[in-house]
Structure formats: C-alpha cells, structure tokens
Design a protein around this ligand. Structure first.
Ligand code: HEC
Length: 156
C-alpha cells in the first residue's frame, strides 16, 4: 500500500491527479490519472461526470513507458483514445474494441478503477490494487476495491 498523496501534476499538457497504481503479475504496472477540473464534481456511487478524462500509463518496467490510454466521458458516453507518451493527442472516438471490455462493469460506470478513484479523492492517498492476471485481462471488480483481501477473485 503506497502512502503517496494524491497530487495534481502537469502531465501530457493537462493538470492530472494520480489516483491509482495497479501492478499486474507479469511485472508491468499501470498508473491512472484523472483531470483536475472534474475532481470536485465526482460523487461516490454516482456515474462519473461529463468531461471526466482518465489517463492510464502502462509501465513495462520502471524505465519503460508504453502507449498511454485515455478515455473521456462526452454526452454521457465513454470515448477512447491512445497516444505515445512524447506526443499527447486527445482525439477520442467511440471504440468497440475498448468498450467491449469495459462495458460489462456498469456498476462502476465501465470504469474498473472507479472505487480506487473515489477512495483516493476521499483519503487524498494514491490507491493500490493488485490484479493477478496477465496483460489486460480484467480481474473481477472486487480486485479494484481498496483495502479488501479479495484481490485474487477471478472472473471465470
Ligand atoms: C481485455 C480487456 C480490455 C480492453 C480491450 C481494454 N481495456 Fe481498458 N482496462 C482494462 C482493465 C482490466 C482495466 C483496469 C486496470 C488494470 O487492471 O490493469 C482497464 C483500465 C482502463 C483505464 C483506466 C480507467 C478505468 O476504466 O479503470 C483506461 C483509461 C482504459 N482502460 C482505456 C482503454 C482504452 C483506450 C482501450 C482501447 C484502446 C481499452 N482500455 C481496452 C481492460 C481492458
């Protein structure tokens, strides 16, 4: 459990707050950020507000950052995108290939790490969850709830 404080930093031309780190069992880890503008309007248990921008870095090792994934809520729909870390590009579109993996989690507004986001904003501490599956395979939603010992619950 990291005790880093949630802090707004300037990253990829935006003001972003680091809210979660998710290590995976193959050594890579992900870091999730939310745009500063919406922080005050995020309410626990409610869908995320329009304009929410979530940026996710995938680190293959502490020196090796891969493609950055982004999603933004526009008119109630999640739009998706990606860019290389040295060339921020926030063009988003509805992508079935992204959505199909996220959509099975309506209880968290298609956002697996939403419980971590809410806990981070409440406690002001960056949250950590461990998902014991390779690559991008989703763990069961319980894995992304902070302070549970059910992180090893698998979907199938
Ligand atoms: C195979 C399933 C899968 C696909 C396909 C997928 N994701 Fe995800 N995504 C996940 C999982 C699982 C997480 C939670 C973090 C983790 O466990 O690594 C996540 C987290 C995210 C997050 C952090 C916010 C959140 O929802 O928790 C963003 C942003 C994101 N994905 C963007 C994308 C984009 C953009 C695409 C398409 C290019 C995409 N994802 C495709 C499984 C997927």
């Amino acid at each position: 459990m990291t005790t880093d404080e949630v802090q707004v930093q300037s990253k990829y031309d935006r003001s972003l707050a680091h809210y979660a780190t998710v290590p995976r069992n193959d050594g890579l880890f992900r870091q999730m950020f939310v745009n500063e503008e919406v922080i005050a309007s995020i309410q626990p248990g409610k869908p995320l507000p329009d304009g929410t921008l979530i940026v996710m870095e995938t680190w293959y090792s502490p020196e090796n950052l891969g493609t950055v994934f982004v999603k933004q809520k526009q008119n109630g729909e999640w739009q998706y995108g990606s860019f290389s870390p040295d060339r921020p590009n926030y063009q988003m579109r509805f992508s079935n290939s992204c959505h199909s993996c996220h959509a099975p989690f309506p209880e968290t507004d298609s956002t697996l790490t939403k419980p971590l986001l809410e806990a981070a904003l409440q406690t002001r501490q960056v949250q950590t969850a461990y998902c014991d599956r390779a690559g991008r395979t989703p763990c069961a939603p319980e894995a992304y709830i902070p302070d549970t010992d059910t992180a090893m619950v698998f979907l199938n």
